[in-house]
Design a protein around this ligand. Structure first.
Ligand code: SAM
Length: 460
């Protein structure tokens, strides 16, 4: 692969930049760009992005992309073959057809999407933790859940490439070649799909009608929409219509401001894992921290005073493992618990008396459960947490404390918190951090702050 994009020659002999070629291509495929916006590298949070050239009102359409310009398994030049062989291309990610399309189009000099894909000549701007060393991930992101997620991704990518993609490419040597379409390129394209693709939401009516849950729509590449960066407090949103996709302004944007899309309500650890960046933790309103259910159990076990108590906790845990997975976790946001019904169930089980437990077992569940969802959600919000009964508060407090400790190497929870708090408050030290160190700090400190806040709300 050429290290730099070749510049296209125009008639007067001057050369077009990759961005100019892309914009010319957009024009050619019927993509309509409002005169109030432009793609830019200046005044943008990262590489390319979109700027307002004029004030924009809520509801104004910033650009419209015809469906024929989208790049996916149904539009690529190799679509017929992918369709014919779809049964051999199934995998847990569901991404193989798009990735094969991208492997083909990215390395084809004749690709219809050449001007689009040439914007990313070597994917060097992708800085997902999957491209960091294992040691760096472990050191900077311990406790955040990212190292484990990346290990799973890398194992899946390797398995998918070896078991599905390679045999397929070998059957079609006229179109793919493992010498060019290597595991390295495949991995880069996975990261590209993670960070740049879009998934069309399921039709709501279909969803209601269908008894069984339909699998999610496969991902697709949406030129121009993927030039927009993300913030949780976004000002534009992509709308899907039958013939086209439209980026619509959802909040007034002033001249000179950046146009921000939303990639979803995404916590910093997920932003880092899937997109390779984070927001400052104080401004990401969607930030979360997880408490593993195993930590709630351990908190209960630590509170047991006698052998009888210990036995009761073991029985409660056995019951709980039948209701939820042993590896499950409760998610806490800035306003309280987001997996409230699950946490409510776990607290109920782990705080049952011996009599209640045997009744529960005899009845194969609770006899009647009259607590409504709204009440539960309020009880486990920041407002309700301090008012919970003491036994529930103690479990949440202890579990948050145990989780906080898992970020450190055996230090107590206050020390674990203080290391990053001191760093966050030291402007000179912050300036000296590498980009990766800064991003990891936002993930760690955001999560730790949520856990620490939870301890404050539930301490007795
Ligand atoms: C859909 S692309 C957006 C276009 C991208 N800036 C480019 O030049 O190709 C997503 C990538 O943009 C970057 N990005 C998006 N939002 C960002 C933000 N708020 N801060 C820093 N980087 C961001 C990340 O590298 C992310 O993987």
């Amino acid at each position: 692969m050429a290290a730099r994009a070749k510049r296209a020659k125009v008639e007067d002999g001057s050369e077009l930049s990759p961005l100019q070629s892309f914009l010319q291509w957009c024009d050619g495929v019927g993509l309509e760009l409002s005169s109030k916006v432009c793609v830019s590298k200046e005044g943008i949070v990262a590489e390319y992005g979109m700027l307002a050239k004029d004030d924009i009102e809520e509801g104004e359409v910033l650009f419209t992309i015809p469906r024929s310009a989208l790049l996916h398994q149904g539009t690529t030049k190799v679509s017929t073959l992918l369709e014919k062989e779809q049964s051999s291309l199934q995998s847990s990610s569901g991404w193989v057809p798009l990735l094969l399309a991208l492997l083909y189009e990215y390395t084809s000099s004749q690709s219809h999407w050449k001007a689009y894909l040439s914007l990313w000549t070597d994917f060097k701007t992708l800085d997902h933790p999957m491209f960091w060393s294992k040691e760096e991930r472990g050191r900077l992101l311990k406790g955040t859940g990212v190292p484990e997620a990346v290990d799973r991704d890398l194992a899946n990518i390797q398995r998918e490439y070896t078991d599905v993609v390679l045999p397929f490419m070998t059957r079609h040597p006229d179109l793919w070649n493992p010498g060019t379409h290597t595991l390295d390129l495949y991995t880069q394209l996975v990261a590209f799909v993670m960070a740049y693709s879009f998934q069309e939401p399921q039709d709501e009516e279909d969803e209601e009608e269908e008894e069984e849950e339909k699998p999610p729509n496969p991902p697709m590449m949406v030129p121009m929409a993927d030039m927009l960066n993300h913030v949780s407090n976004h000002n534009a949103n992509l709308e899907f219509t039958q013939d086209s996709l439209k980026m619509v302004c959802v909040r007034p944007i002033h001249k000179g401001q950046e146009v921000f899309n939303t990639y979803g309500q995404i916590a910093n650890w997920q932003l880092l894992h899937m997109y390779g960046f984070t927001e400052p933790c104080s401004s990401n309103s969607n930030d979360t921290a997880d408490i593993p259910v195993a930590n709630l159990y351990e908190a209960a076990a630590r509170g047991a005073q006698s052998d009888l108590d210990r036995q009761l906790v073991e029985e409660q845990w056995e019951v709980l493992c039948q209701i939820m997975e042993e590896k499950a976790a409760f998610v806490f946001g800035k306003q309280g618990c987001l997996t409230d019904t699950e946490l409510h169930t776990a607290l109920k089980v782990l705080c049952m008396s011996k009599e209640e437990l045997s009744e529960f077992k005899d009845n194969e569940g609770w006899e009647e459960d009259d607590e409504d969802d709204e009440k539960i959600s309020l009880a486990l919000s920041n407002e309700g947490l301090p008012k919970l009964k003491a036994s529930w508060k103690r479990l949440i407090y202890e579990a948050a404390c145990l989780t906080l400790r898992s970020y450190g190497d055996g230090e107590d929870e206050e020390k674990v918190m203080d290391v990053d708090r001191a760093l966050m408050e030291d402007k000179a030290a912050l300036m000296g951090l590498s980009c990766r160190q800064w991003k990891a700090l936002q993930v760690r400190y955001g999560q730790k702050s949520i856990l620490h806040g939870l301890m404050e709300l539930t301490k007795s």
